[in-house]
Design a protein around this ligand. Structure first.
Ligand code: GLY
Ligand code: MN
Ligand code: MN
Length: 413
């Protein structure tokens, strides 16, 4: 990815910041597991958003002082022993090249820097992660310390600013998601080419190969491979049952590429052919997805999209006799999640709960779950909101009954 993306992200963030402020964003430390290997915590997406860097423990500071904007990064110094165990940190030059930030210093200058800033600024932005526990988290502890040392400074929350910015994706970000989707597509085709009454994890492994082979960052979230009634548990992740001939299997999976996520669900017949009943339910979900898509455009909310799907189900499920009266409550017995969320650096991305705007990327994921019939179906695609409507980003991934059955027939190994 090019540094211009991160330069743009910082420029947009600085635009939102009050004058005479700094914003401090920390990347997480590596955690020593006490065994042979050191391993990292999951990256801080907001740190990556501003810098394009994965380097552990580093700190980026954005400053806006008397209207003049700039940024600096604090990095780890080279340590010979550490380098032998976990690798050398990036050099100052490498850090500049990736992030576009020329002012790169070492972490040991942090305290004196903050002290100098305290004399000339009014506000410090910290990224307060929502905290439901009664223990203070790192940012809350730091805020307390800063307030003790520098009582005249205001501590502000940068999270709403990240939320606002990350709700809208630019061209370069959209392209990363397109690439993540294409890797996911390859993995799905690989699964389909091997579909059989295997264990769920065995079928899942055909997706894993596409992740590794194509240099994806990794998984957007833990893969769900749920056969038969397992698919009625929305976040089933055991993936350890044997799929039966005659059952469906629901895959909810996604690659991430340069940290940007894809989020796709498909439901396939283990023996290559949908039964009459499975096909009937599948097509109701599929048409529901198209129905929702027709409403996606700037101005609508994801909550309204969900309501549209529920109203559609009220009619369609009554038509096939699955529900009697056609009430919302009856529908919720068979459909019990939301149809849409934002997708970006996180699979469930930070987002403002406001009407959609061009540049939002959202999921469109209707499902129906009929446990008593061993049927759980979800069809999920990723959709870009455009100025005039919406674009299916994952339109190339096989979806109709006919296309799925034909693909299996022609490609099964
Ligand atoms: N993969 C989680 C979701 O679809 O929301
Ligand atoms: Mn999903
Ligand atoms: Mn989703």
């Amino acid at each position: 990815m090019q540094q211009k993306l991160f330069i743009e992200h910082r420029k947009n963030m600085l635009n939102l910041m009050e004058d005479n402020s700094i914003l401090i964003e920390f990347n997480r430390p590596i955690i020593n597991d006490g065994a042979i290997f050191n391993y990292k915590y999951d990256e801080n997406r907001n740190y990556f958003y501003l810098t394009g860097l994965f380097e552990y423990e580093n700190i980026v500071i954005l400053q806006k002082i008397n209207g003049i904007e700039s940024s600096l990064i604090l990095i780890n110094q080279y340590d010979e022993l550490k380098a032998k165990w976990v690798g050398a940190p990036l050099s100052k030059e490498e850090v500049s090249k990736i992030s576009g930030i020329n002012n790169v210093r070492y972490l040991d200058s942090y305290n004196s820097l903050i002290n100098q800033y305290s004399k000339i600024i009014k506000n410090i932005y910290l990224d307060f992660i929502p905290n439901n526990s009664n223990k203070l988290n790192d940012e809350e502890i730091l805020a307390k310390e800063l307030k003790n040392h520098y009582p005249w400074l205001n501590i502000l929350n940068s999270r709403p600013l990240f939320t606002k910015l990350r709700t809208i994706k630019n061209e370069e970000e959209i392209n990363q998601i397109r690439k993540a989707i294409s890797i996911t597509n390859e993995g799905i085709k690989n699964i389909l080419a091997h579909i059989n009454p295997l264990y769920e994890y065995q079928l899942e492994s055909y997706f894993d190969q596409a992740i590794k082979y194509n240099g994806a960052t990794g998984y957007a979230f833990p893969t769900i491979a749920a056969s038969g009634a397992n698919a009625c548990c929305l976040h089933y992740m055991d993936n350890n049952s044997k799929a039966s001939n005659g059952d469906l299997i629901l895959f909810d999976l996604g690659a991430s590429y340069n940290m940007y996520c894809s989020d796709i669900s498909r439901t396939f017949p283990i023996n290559g052919k949908f039964s009459k009943r499975q096909k009937e339910i599948y097509n109701i979900v599929l048409k529901g997805q198209e129905h929702v898509f027709n409403f996606i455009k700037p101005g609508i909310t994801t909550k309204e999209l969900n309501q549209i799907l529920i109203e559609y189900y009220q009619v369609e499920l009554k038509k096939i006799g699955l529900i009697k009266e056609g009430t919302k409550e009856e529908v919720l017995k068979y459909y019990y999640h939301g149809v849409s969320h934002h997708i970006g650096l996180d699979c469930h991305d930070l987002c403002e709960y406001i009407p959609l705007k061009a540049g939002c990327i959202i999921s469109n994921e209707p499902g129906l779950y009929i446990e008593e019939e061993n049927i759980g179906i979800r069809i999920e695609d990723d959709v870009l909101v455009t100025e005039t409507g919406a674009e299916w980003l994952s339109k190339d991934i096989l979806k109709t009954v006919e296309d799925i059955e034909n693909f299996i027939k022609e490609n099964k190994k």
